[in-house]
Write a protein that binds this ligand. Sequence first.
Ligand SMILES: Cc1cc2nc3c(=O)[nH]c(=O)nc-3n(C[C@H](O)[C@H](O)[C@H](O)COP(=O)(O)OP(=O)(O)OC[C@H]3O[C@@H](n4cnc5c(N)ncnc54)[C@H](O)[C@@H]3O)c2cc1C
Ligand code: SF4
Length: 512
Amino acid sequence: MGKPTGFMEFPRKSAPVRDALVRLGDWYEIYEAADEKTLKQQSARCMDCGVPFCHSETGCPIDNLIPEFNELVYQNRWEEAFERLSRTNNFPEFTGRVCPAPCESACVLGIHSPPVTIKSIECAIIDRAFEEGWLAAKAPAKRTGKKVAVIGSGPAGLAAADQLNKAGHSVTVFERDDRIGGLLMYGIPNMKLDKRLVQRRVDLLAAEGVVFKPNHNIGGDASDQGEGGTAKTVAPETLLRDFDAVILATGALKARMLDLPGKELSGIHRAMEYLHQNTRSLLDSGLSDGRFINAKDKHVVIIGGGDTGTDCIATALRHGAKSVTNITRREQEPAERDQWHAWPGEAGTYYIDYGHAEGIAKNGRDPREYGVQPLEFVGKDGRLAGIKISRLKWTTDAATGKQTSTAIPGSEEVLPADLLLLSAGFTGSDTPALFKSLGVATDRNGLSTAPYGDYQTNVPKVFAAGDSRRGASLVVWGIAEGRGAARAVDAFLTGSSTLPAPDMAGQLSSAG
Ligand SMILES: Cc1cc2nc3c(=O)[nH]c(=O)nc-3n(C[C@H](O)[C@H](O)[C@H](O)COP(=O)(O)OP(=O)(O)OC[C@H]3O[C@@H](n4cnc5c(N)ncnc54)[C@H](O)[C@@H]3O)c2cc1C
Ligand code: SF4
């Protein structure tokens, strides 16, 4: 433990962010660098618990060695902290920025005080490591002669590629988009994760020997081109022929659509269409090519919350929307954990994320409206003009926690909307042709049924990881599954594996 009394002396101080009104004027990251004294004090709040719930089952999915790196930061031993972090996390610069930090929800300090700022300490360690040049490219000393194809370049595909390359296998990553990174590149917007950081990591992996093939749609048909639509189609059989193992890391990008009257009106888009086009245009031309859905001067309504909804809010505000409203059927979360969200599980409390803070700063109100049931898209001359909604009243069964909603009579109204963004979640894989042509077994959502921890599909030498196996999830789970699948593939190729993977924390820690 860095400082036995740290948790009593120092209050939690979250990572600093730029002023909401200032950052609305650009697309740069919202974060500011934390000063070293604050980071030291924050790391001193860690109690080095005998049972560190932060990396328990409900905590960090990749088993980050949290108390160890906290202590090392407190002792100013940053390079060792970086080394410790690298044992479990391939990409802390991503999780340090975008992870919802289940480790913090599970932190023991959180029982009676705000938890340790684990995520911002992690981010500071990796940012410093890049600044200091501790991440020079290291190609493996020896190649095994085995070849692995990874389909999909999100966090799952990239983590698997990194691990297998380290083990000496020759890895090629195929991606249907024009840029590598999956949702790190084209889902999460630049202000939450700077695309230069994604590219920096991709360049590092390439310098270490991973081969990247963007614009390659494996097994896709005409309807399966992702948001880009220009990729060259490659028959999956060629991968089975040319590679010793194949990993499917194709995500779960099939958006849930709303079957409401008026759904054919122009002005209704999937959130991913909106976010993908915006980032691509931003990177291609600083938005000067106009090849994106522009919310400027429009009344924007976003259906569905979560990270995607928040990212749509923040993007629409930057476009200069006339109004931005994010509607969700759910009721507003409580300010404190309720009995259904007991520690160390997810807190489930009301939380103001960056997009909400920006909406409040600009328009004086939280863009979210809870308990709203969409009923119908209202149009004029084939174009969307509004959305008819009713308000819901939620009740919770005291014994079971089950929630039910009823429409409030007479609450119907039409909200003005020129642009409607559907962010109602993802239902499964959007690349069924690939799974079908390989003969890979799927569930009813088109996701691989390969078991967790094994990752082997029903087809010999074909493995699956990340959202394409577990359903829409988190970046940290993508990394966890990529690491697990890499270990499984390595064992398949060589008979055994020493590659580290989640659920092996005891073997990774240097603490006795
Ligand atoms: C808008 C948005 C915001 C999010 N924000 C957060 C956040 O803040 N924090 C967080 O932890 N999680 C967030 N998530 C979730 C997180 O991004 C995903 O869980 C994670 O990226 C999944 O990783 P993956 O590698 O399994 O798949 P993905 O990142 O989805 O990558 C899959 C890749 O496979 C490619 N592909 C698919 N089919 C083919 C094919 N046939 N041939 C070639 N390539 C193919 C796709 O183009 C894609 O690039 C967000 C998701 C969205 C949509
Ligand atoms: S649970 Fe919290 S206080 Fe305990 S070791 Fe983990 S980070 Fe430190």
